[in-house]
Design a protein around this ligand. Structure first.
Ligand code: HXC
Length: 515
C-alpha cells in the first residue's frame, strides 16, 4: 500500500513528529531565542549540509508512564553530512528540563556515540545543559558515566568535538573535557563543575556564573576550551572548518585539497626575520604563515599558553599539524601549560595520521619555584612521550635557540624526527652562552682583573663555537642547514617522501589524553 496524505497512519506519524518537534513548548523556545540561542534542531540544521539530517529516537520518553513526559527527552540525536562527509551529532535541548541528562537522555547520546565509533565517523555534541537531571538521582549519574565511557573508548579512534552553546554544568562540562576539541560561543556559553552557589557554600568565594566559567576564561585562563567563537553561527562555522583538517577516523589519511598555493613558492622575507640580537623577539606566526599554504593555518588554543603555538595547516594541499614556540611570549620558554598544550596536540595528530611539522626556538624550560612545585618535570615529560610514540611523519626545523631539554623535546632527531633541519640562525647547546659561562668559567671569572671584559670574551668564544648550526651539522644531528626562504619547498618535498610511511606503519590506537 502506498502511504498517501490521507492515510491515517501517516496522520498519526505526523502527530507524533509534531509532539517531538515542540520540545519544551513555544514559550520556552521563545525564551531560548530571547537569550540569543537557537533550539537544538535549528542548530543541527545550521551545522549540517542542507537536508542531510536523519534523526534517531525522537519519541524516547524518560518515564513512559509519565503522561507529561516530553518526547525526545531533551536531546536530538542522529547523523548527516558536513561538506559531504558523514558525521554523527547530538544537540541538547535546553527548553526541555534545561537540557539536563536523565538516563534515557544519556542513552540516546551513547547510542549515537556507539554508532559513530563502530562506523568510523566523527561525532559532534552541541551542548546546552544543566548537567545531571537532579530528580533522577543516581540514574542520571549512571547515564553520565556511560557517556564518559564512550568518550574514552572513542578517544584516538574518531574525532570528537564539543560545541558549548549554553550553560554547561557538572557532567555537561566533563564529557566535553574527554573529547578532542571544545568550541565555546562567547556570551552564551558557560562551563563549570559546580555553580556559584556551591562554590560559595564550600569555599566562601563570591563569584557569579560569568566570573566562574564564561568562554574567554576557558580559552585563555584555564585552557579547557580550544576555540572562542563570537556567537553560535561562528561556533558552528568553526566546527565545520576544524573537521576539514581531520580524517573521519584513525585508519584514514588526513584529507587533502587540490593545492592552490605554488609548492615551489619561496619566502625571501624569512631570510631576514630572525634578529641578530639573541634576545630580540620575532613572530613565529610569520614563519608558519609564510611556509604553509596561504591562509591555511588554523590555530588551536590561540589565547592560552601563548608561548607555544599549535594548529592545523596545509602544505601542498595536505593537512598537517604544526607545533612551534612563540619567541614573542616568554621568549618561547616551555612552561607547564605549554607542555600540556604541545603534548596533547602531538598525540592528537599522531592518532589521526596528521604529519607533524615542528618549528623550534626555545631558551629552555621556564625556571622558577612555581613551575618546579607545579610539576614542570612531570608535564614536560609528556612532550617526550608524545613525540617518541608518534608514528606519523615528523619534520622539525630549528629557527634559532635550541637549548637544553627544550631542544630535545621539540621533535629533535634524538626523539625520532624523520628529518631535522636548522636555519643558519640555529644554535643548539646545553644552555645559552650567559648561563654556560657562569657555570663552566666561574673560577676564571672570579680571578679575572676585569671580570666584565673576561665574561664578554668567554661569551663570544662560546657563541663562535656552539651558537651556530654547523656544530650540529658536522655531527650528523641536523640533516641539513637550509635557507629560511626555501623552507616551504623543502618541507613539501620532504613530506612527499615521508607520507609513504603512513601506509606502512600500522595505525596505533591510543587515546588523545597524554599519559
Ligand atoms: C533538572 C534542571 C537542571 C538539572 C536546570 N534545570 N538544571 N532540571 N536537573 N540539573 C531546569 C530548571 O529547573 C528550569 O526548569 C529549567 O531547567 C531552566 O533552568 P533555569 O535555572 O531557569 O535556567 P538558567 O537561569 O539559564 O540557569 C541555567 C543553569 C541552572 C545555570 C544551568 O539551571 C543551574 O544551575 N542548574 C543546576 C546545575 C547543576 O548543579 N547541575 C548538576 C551538576 S552535577 P523550570 O521548569 O523551573 O523552568 C552533575 C553530575 C555529573 O552533572 C558530574 C560529573 C563530574
Amino acid at each position: 500500500m502506498t502511504i498517501s496524505e490521507d492515510n491515517p497512519r501517516l496522520t498519526e506519524l505526523r502527530t507524533w513528529q509534531a509532539r517531538a518537534q515542540e520540545g519544551g513548548g513555544p514559550q520556552r523556545v521563545e525564551q531560548q531565542h530571547a537569550k540569543g540561542k537557537l533550539t537544538a534542531r535549528e542548530r543541527i540544521a545550521a551545522l549540517l549540509d542542507f537536508g542531510s539530517f536523519q534523526e534517531l529516537q525522537p519519541f524516547t520518553l524518560a518515564h513512559p508512564e509519565d503522561m507529561y513526559a516530553i518526547p525526545g527527552d531533551g536531546v536530538v540525536t542522529g547523523y548527516g553530512t558536513i561538506d559531504g562527509r558523514a558525521v554523527c551529532v547530538y544537540a541538547q535541548d535546553f527548553t526541555v528540563y534545561g537540557g539536563s541528562v536523565s538516563l534515557a537522555h544519556a542513552r540516546k547520546i551513547t547510542q549515537v556515540q556507539e554508532l559513530a565509533l563502530r562506523n568510523g565517523v566523527p561525532i559532534i555534541g552541541l551542548l546546552d545543559s544543566g548537567g545531571a537531571r537532579i530528580q533522577e538521582g543516581v540514574a542520571a549519574l549512571q547515564g553520565y558515566g556511560e557517556i564518559f565511557r564512550q568518550n574514552a573508548l572513542a578517544s584516538g579512534v574518531i574525532p570528537q568535538i564539543s560545541v558549548m552553546l549554553g550553560p554547561c554544568a557538572g557532567g555537561a562540562s566533563y564529557s566535553p573535557a574527554l573529547t578532542d576539541f571544545i568550541i565555546m560561543a562567547d556570551q552564551t556559553s558557560l562551563m563549570y563543575i559546580t555553580g556559584p552557589d556551591v562554590v560559595k557554600s564550600v569555599t566562601k568565594e563570591e563569584i557569579d556564573h560569568q566570573g566562574l566559567g564564561v568562554a574567554p576564561i576557558h580559552t585563555s585562563v584555564s585552557g579547557v576550551a580550544h576555540f572562542l567563537a563570537t556567537d553560535e553561527d561562528n561556533a558552528l562555522a568553526t566546527t565545520r572548518r576544524l573537521l576539514s583538517y581531520l580524517p573521519s577516523n584513525n585508519v584514514e589519511d588526513a584529507p587533502a585539497l587540490p593545492p592552490t598555493d605554488d609548492p615551489r613558492r619561496t619566502a625571501p622575507a624569512l631570510n631576514t626575520l630572525v634578529p641578530e640580537a639573541p634576545n630580540e623577539p620575532y613572530d613565529m606566526r610569520t614563519v608558519i604563515h609564510s611556509v604553509m599554504d596561504t591562509d591555511s593555518f588554523f590555530e588551536v588554543q590561540a589565547d592560552w599558553a601563548q608561548n607555544a603555538l599549535v594548529g592545523f595547516a596545509r602544505l601542498g594541499g595536505k593537512a598537517v599539524g604544526v607545533v612551534a614556540q612563540q619567541p614573542l611570549m616568554m621568549a618561547g620558554a616551555i612552561d607547564i601549560n605549554a607542555s600540556d598544550k604541545i603534548s596533547r596536540f602531538v598525540r592528537f595528530c599522531d592518532a589521526f595520521n596528521l604529519p607533524l611539522i615542528t618549528f623550534a626556538d626555545s631558551p629552555g624550560f621556564l625556571p622558577g619555584v612555581g613551575q618546579e612545585h607545579g610539576g614542570i618535570i612531570r608535564h614536560g615529560a609528556k612532550i617526550i612521550y608524545a613525540y617518541v610514540e608518534a608514528t606519523v611523519p615528523q619534520i622539525s626545523v630549528v629557527t634559532r635557540k635550541g637549548y637544553g631539554g627544550a631542544y630535545i623535546v621539540m621533535g629533535s632527531k634524538s626523539l625520532g624526527a624523520d628529518l631535522h633541519f636548522g636555519w643558519p640562525s640555529a644554535e643548539m647547546a646545553v644552555m645559552g652562552p650567559d648561563a654556560a659561562v657562569n657555570v663552566v668559567n666561574r673560577r676564571e671569572l672570579e680571578a679575572a682583573a676585569d671580570p666584565d671584559a673576561a665574561r664578554a670574551q668567554l661569551i663570544d668564544e662560546y657563541r663562535t663555537r656552539y651558537a651556530n648550526p654547523y656544530y650540529s651539522a658536522e655531527r650528523g644531528i641536523l640533516d641539513n642547514v637550509i635557507e629560511p626562504a626555501q623552507t616551504r619547498p623543502i618541507l613539501i618535498n620532504a613530506l612527499r617522501t615521508l607520507r609513504e610511511q603512513v601506509r606502512h606503519v600500522p595505525p596505533k590506537k591510543h587515546g588523545v589524553m597524554p599519559a
